[in-house]
Design a protein around this ligand. Structure first.
Ligand SMILES: *Cc1c(COP(=O)(O)O)cnc(C)c1O
Length: 369
């Protein structure tokens, strides 16, 4: 079945009369457990919860592997790092990806002697980039620069040297990009963003193609305890059903806005993988099903970007992305990312695209010259 059908049905239990389509959250710290416990069942809420299991079944179906759910995207990322990166491992990470991954890697370098190499996968030769690596960490499109790397080529080069390949698939989600299908061994994601899509929950997951890798991740979660609450897991599962619908609308809106911005006089550059002349377009068209809600554009200065955000009536100034409400921020306000002072990361929501474009036209016109 196609992804638009799978995402609506993923993880639902078989039909049983009198039972709900998606069972509600199960709140339990302990379960009845008499006599010798069966293998793998501790009867305890840190290691087992039926509401996570349903969400993990859904995410596993969509990613094409075995999923483990965590309390946040960073919990999933830290778990994958702790599981696959060992003292003195050689770790290759994107130079332009999520900044907390660079921070975490720097700490692993300090504490465990991990040899961390930062690479621009969008422009560097894949075989050269992964030479000698034990773990290759990819992110595409990157947050916030929106660079795209050829995942299949990077994964093949990494496998040639025996490395484990992890892809942060937060920005596209499983609906937008089949990272395991492109060659990743492990997918990690912040489900806080487009997957849940309502800006109201923090959650993450990792999916392994191999059952043994998933068992190691699950064992690590048992020890570190970064579990999801049942209410959050259930709400995430409920939100999943509209993911493809939301992303279709958001991607169409984002393309319309990017197309407008690309010919407007004020932006000095626009990045959106769906724009035909974007440097990422060719690879993105090959490896992404949808180009997603996030676009970036640079205004000439910090002052211009701040004036634009202040003048917009519809764009909510907030960090994060992927939600149904259109949000944006001047990304350089945080520091740490290689973007211009006037660079705006715009996450396009599900509003009417004509209203969004009218608002953007007016907000650009309000920038003082
Ligand atoms: C937000 C984000 C994360 C971190 O996820 P949290 O849910 O905030 O912990 C990781 N990777 C990418 C690409 C992100 O955008």
């Amino acid at each position: 079945m196609r992804i638009g059908t799978r995402v609506v049905r993923a993880g639902l239990p078989p039909a049983r009369d009198g039972k709900p389509l998606l069972p509600g959250p199960v709140f339990a710290a302990t379960y009845h457990l008499r006599g010798d416990p069966p293998a793998g069942d501790s009867g305890y809420g840190r290691t087992h919860n039926p509401t996570w299991l349903a969400l993990e079944a859904a995410l596993g179906e969509l990613d094409g592997g075995y999923s483990v759910v965590y309390s946040s995207g960073m919990a999933a990322i830290s778990a994958a790092m702790r599981t696959f990166v060992k003292p003195k491992s050689r770790l290759v990470i994107p130079a332009d990806g999520y900044y907390r991954v660079r921070e975490l890697s720097a700490r692993l370098a300090d504490e465990m002697g991990v040899d961390v190499r930062r690479v621009r996968f969008a422009t560097e030769d894949a075989a050269e980039a992964v030479r000698g690596a034990d773990v290759v960490w990819l992110e595409s499109p990157t947050n916030p620069r929106l660079d795209v790397c050829d995942i299949a080529a990077a994964a093949e080069a990494a496998h040639d040297v025996g490395a484990v390949v992890v892809v942060d698939n937060t920005t596209p989600t499983a609906v937008g990009q089949d990272a395991l299908g492109l060659g990743a061994d492990i997918v990690v994601a912040s489900d806080t963003k487009a997957l849940i899509g309502h800006s109201d929950l923090v959650l993450g997951h990792a999916t392994a193609r191999d059952e043994g890798h998933a068992a190691r991740l699950r064992g690590e979660r048992d020890l570190h305890g970064a579990i999801a609450g049942p209410q959050e897991a259930w709400l995430a599962h409920r939100s999943l059903a509209t993911l493809e619908l939301r992303l279709q609308r958001q991607s169409a809106n984002a393309l319309a806005i990017a197309t407008y911005l690309a010919q407007a006089p004020q932006p000095t550059r626009v990045r959106y993988p769906g724009l035909p002349h974007d440097p990422a377009h060719q690879i993105a068209s090959r490896q992404m099903r949808l180009f997603g809600p996030v676009l970036g554009f640079a205004l000439p200065s910090r002052r211009a970007a701040e004036a634009f955000l202040a003048a917009s009536a519809l764009i909510i100034e907030a960090t994060s992305f992927g939600g149904v409400h259109t949000t944006a921020e001047r990304r350089a306000r945080w520091g740490g990312d290689d973007v211009e002072a006037g660079f705006i990361r715009l996450s396009v929501g599900c509003e009417d695209s004509e209203d969004l474009i009218d608002d953007i036209v007016a907000a650009l016109a309000a920038i003082p010259t």
